[in-house]
Design a protein around this ligand. Structure first.
Ligand code: B12
Length: 225
């Protein structure tokens, strides 16, 4: 079973979406890519959360390291990102349980100026699978759009994602706008993304910082009661 995790991870790092795709690793030519491997793993009853945690996330982390070290370009990162998106699309229906009682409405967004959405999409899927009604506003979402959506839907939670040290500053501005518009107390604000932290959450007045989706589930559960 662990072979699946290693193989999927290797194909993500190689940016090889499917069998036809060449990817950057010659040894993988003609072999199954991420889509085939994930489907095969699912058919063999490998847990979707294990695929997320043991293959997709570590695969993307390795891609990040290669980019930092100058080995990978942005185009390479995009190829790997596409692999993870395709894999997440396959896993999504399996992570969504039916007939779960709603835990509340959750607005999710990557903040303005930031286009990173892999982590946000994973968090949205896991939250949805655990009973939250998630409305994902996408990437590079302006503060006023988030606050207007909050007013319109009476949502109970706002989830904000940022992967850049520059864009994380938008999170505090969103909270300020919520205060100005009189809706700050309506929703629990949960932030995440690699450059954010517990300290940063305190500094900007967010309610919850979570390092990943499972951390968020635990912490939100405590907030609720
Ligand atoms: C893939 C990627 C891209 C892709 C994004 C594709 C996409 N659709 O998302 C592309 C190629 C577009 C890209 C572009 C850029 N990127 Co980029 N990118 C990455 C990379 C390699 C991986 C990010 C990722 O998907 N990780 C995997 C997921 C699963 O992890 P995650 O996002 O961290 O999410 C998890 C947690 O953080 C958390 N989480 C995330 N959001 C939320 C929200 C909530 C509410 C909660 C509770 C939790 C949570 O849970 C998630 C699941 O576990 C990182 C490197 C890295 N190590 O992170 C660089 C990285 C983030 N990028 C970086 C940079 C600099 C850029 C560019 C500026 C490059 C450029 N010169 O153009 C542009 C910016 C574009 C923009 N305006 O946003 C830097 C940021 C540096 C910094 N500190 O600011 C990094 C760290 C790389 C580096 N070391 O230099 N990038």
């Amino acid at each position: 079973m662990s072979d699946f995790f290693e193989e999927i991870k290797r194909n993500i790092i190689a940016g090889k979406v499917d069998q036809e795709d060449e990817g950057f690793d010659g040894d993988l030519a003609g072999k199954p890519g991420v889509i085939e491997l994930v489907n095969q793993a699912v058919d063999e009853n490998v847990s979707p959360t294990d695929i997320l945690n043991k293959a997709l996330t570590p695969g993307m982390e390795e891609v990040g390291r290669k980019y930092e070290e100058g080995e990978y370009t942005i185009a390479d990162m995009l190829a790997s990102a596409e692999c993870v998106s395709e894999a997440t699309n396959i896993l999504k229906p399996l992570l969504l349980k039916e007939d779960v009682q709603s835990k509340g409405k959750f607005i999710m967004a990557t903040v303005e100026g930031d286009l990173h959405d892999i982590g946000k999409n994973i968090v949205s899927t896991i939250l949805q699978g655990s009973g939250y009604e998630v409305e994902d506003l996408g990437t590079s979402v302006k503060a006023d759009k988030i606050v207007n959506k909050l007013k319109e839907t009476n949502a109970n939670f706002v989830g904000l994602s940022a992967l850049l040290t520059t864009t994380m500053e938008r999170m505090g501005e969103i909270i300020e706008l919520m205060e100005k518009e009189g809706v700050r107390d309506q929703a629990t604000v949960c932030i995440g993304g690699a450059p954010t932290s517990e300290d940063f959450a305190k500094k900007i007045g967010a309610d919850v910082y979570a390092k990943d989706a499972f951390d968020a589930l635990g912490k939100l559960e405590k907030t609720a009661g």
